[in-house]
Write a protein of this length. Sequence first.
Length: 111
Amino acid sequence: MDASVRDRIQGEIDSNDIVLFMKGTPTFPQCGFSAVVVQVLNHLEVDYKGINVLEDPSVRDGIKEFSNWPTIPQLYVKGEFIGGCDIVREMYETGELTDLMATRGIAVAAE
Ligand SMILES: N[C@@H](CCC(=O)N[C@@H](CS)C(=O)NCC(=O)O)C(=O)O
Ligand code: FES
């Protein structure tokens, strides 16, 4: 991928504790898979940056190569790739996601 795309992705991940690469925006998700992750993050009441890959095909493709993960959405917490919709939903349901956030110093809303 283009170095500028890699730098942009790296920059977003470095400067935001939680980054969600998604289709659409947190206020208007344009795919059900992205909407699930938005719902989880909103439920946890954490701040996050949504990056709409539909606005930029180079980021849409670039993030797949960057994470070595073939689909959107993709969630990053403190620079670490967590996963897509299925993984996030599963980790939320088991409480693992809340624990992961807490371990990394991110305050999460009480259940
Ligand atoms: N099982 C996936 C569902 C996500 C998914 O299948 N995404 C597709 C459709 S939105 C995708 O990103 N396809 C490649 C693309 O649209 O660039 C997950 O857990 O995140
Ligand atoms: S945009 Fe069609 S499944 Fe995500």
